[in-house]
Design a binder for this molecule. Structure first.
Ligand code: PLP
Length: 496
């Protein structure tokens, strides 16, 4: 039976998986959600023997029911290939009593690759299935990692163009260099004078702009989104939770049916929502531990039931989590409101008008699977240093936020459940913060000397993604004000 997708804001909207992927965002800026979460009705013994690609097929076919087996397998095989520097795609590393699920072995060394290496293929397949003639323009706001992963995924993909907006002073030097050196005739990278939320709001406004859509249609273009609000990104992220569980089972680390906890360093709430969906498919997950940095809006939300973005925006050493509006949380709100689009739309309206909303006590009881906490900058650095000194294993700042929150959780609860920590970036992506955490003496070294030093002390090979940008030429230097975003899009598309 075909699984349909509903909008979180309009109860009457129903589309197929491929249509949801194509559109990215539903009417009235709602998000597409599956009308039911399919069951993972396959034995763990079978899953335990599967490769990452085979696991991906088992998960995705249950969600993308209007894709043929051949279409889906082609997408999966084109995505999870030698772009990843390990055959396992997402290896598990046991260090200091937790399992680190390394999601950074793709071409841009952050977990966004897990979904963004397949999204272009899902999108092109969806366009073909729905007889779309226009070129697809991917419009993306990034807090650093989505941008490069989307650029890498879409570069020179026929029938697509990609435009990425990033906060000019809100990403790491390596993140910026990765983006502005991106090749491909269909790529366009713009720094904005503003923060990530402003970039994301600007992009959402363009998606919602009917007049702009009509002008685009005239020029044979249509927008789509590579942001984590696209269901074509969310579903591929469910795969690695299933894969990790199956690997723990295959390696005899857990018994069949034994529940595990997962800890996810969270920003836009996409990664942890994928874990929540995995749990709802039937994967034995006990607690979903949501880790925030000093932008702890989610910690406050889980504690109080009030989501309040009216607060100072902090720039931290984990910039991909510097977010005050966690877009994907809307999918959870919709769920705990009993799949009630009106109720959800009302709360989201409050968020956009007043910057704050409060859920009902009844909704709050449905959040018991979640635990939220946060790590300060000092705690994050301390966690990197301690783990390194104890085990020699080097983690990046985002992963360290998760590890630090996990320690707090253990202290509070004494819970001994085996735990997987989503390791979302290579330490090489945030070399300076990582090395400074280990020893302040590194502060005087330049970026690439630090890379070599990290390789030496951590005994890890410098990833290709970093080697590539050492001498790469800057190909993108456009910078604009927040108000000018639409104008630069039109200029790039030759519409002005
Ligand atoms: C995007 C990102 C996150 C946050 O993930 P969400 O799905 O937005 O919650 C965490 N760590 C890294 C390295 C990221 O790139």
């Amino acid at each position: 039976m075909e699984l349909m997708y509903a909008s979180t804001r309009d109860a009457s909207e129903r589309v197929t998986a491929s249509q949801a992927i194509l559109r990215g965002l539903a009417n009235d800026s709602g998000l597409y959600v599956p009308t039911q979460i399919p069951a993972l009705d396959i034995s763990m013994d079978k899953l335990a023997k599967m490769s990452y690609q085979e696991t991906a097929f088992e998960v995705m076919k249950r969600f993308f029911t209007d894709f043929t087996e051949e279409e889906l397998k082609n997408c999966i095989n084109a995505a999870y290939d030698s772009k990843f520097d390990t055959e396992e795609i997402a290896p598990l590393v046991n260090a200091d009593g937790a399992y680190y699920l390394e999601l950074f072995h793709g071409s841009t060394i952050a977990f966004k690759d897990m979904a963004l290496s397949i999204l272009p293929h899902l999108l092109i397949t969806s366009a073909r299935k729905n007889e779309v003639k226009n070129d697809i323009v991917i419009l993306t706001a990034t807090s650093g990692d989505t941008g490069k992963a989307a650029l890498a995924g879409f570069a020179d993909v026929k029938g697509t163009k990609i435009i990425v907006f990033y906060p000019k002073n809100g990403v790491s030097p390596i993140q910026e260099k990765q983006m502005v050196t991106q090749k491909g005739n269909n790529t366009f990278v713009v720094g904005i004078h503003g923060n990530f939320d402003q970039a994301q709001t600007g992009v959402k406004q363009m998606f919602a702009d009917k007049a702009l859509a009509a002008e685009m249609e005239q020029a044979s273009y249509q927008f789509s989104s590579a942001n984590s609000i696209n269901i074509g990104r969310l579903v591929p992220q469910i795969v690695y939770y299933v894969y990790a569980y199956a690997k723990l089972y295959a390696n005899g680390e857990i018994k069949e049916g034994e529940a595990i906890n997962v800890v996810v360093p969270t920003g836009n709430f996409g990664n942890i929502l994928a874990a929540f969906y995995a749990k709802n498919m039937g994967l034995p997950i006990a607690k979903l531990i949501c880790a925030s940095n000093e932008n702890k809006v989610l910690f406050d939300f889980f504690k109080t039931g009030t989501y309040d973005k009216n607060r100072e925006f902090m720039l931290t050493s984990s910039p991909s989590m510097d977010i005050l509006i966690s877009s994907n949380l809307e999918r959870l709100i919709y769920r705990i409101a009993g799949d009630d689009a009106n109720k959800n739309a009302e709360l989201m309206k409050k968020l956009s008008v007043d910057g704050i909303y409060e859920i009902t006590p009844e909704m709050k009881t449905k959040l018991n699977d979640f635990y939220g906490n946060y790590a300060s900058e000092a705690e994050t650095a301390e966690t990197i240093k301690e783990l390194y000194e104890k085990t020699g294993y080097v983690i990046d700042t985002h992963t360290a936020v998760a590890a630090s929150v996990y320690h707090k959780y253990q202290k509070e609860t004494a819970d001994k459940t085996k735990t997987v920590i989503a390791s979302t970036a290579s330490p090489f992506k945030f070399t300076r913060s990582v090395m400074n955490a280990i020893d302040a003496k590194y502060d005087t070294m330049d970026d690439f000397a630090l890379v070599d030093e990290l390789s030496r002390i951590g005994n890890i090979k410098v990833p290709q993604a970093i080697d590539e940008i050492r001498n790469a030429k800057v190909l993108h230097d456009t910078v604009c004000e927040v108000e000018e975003m639409q104008k630069v899009v039109k200029q790039f598309l030759g519409m002005e």
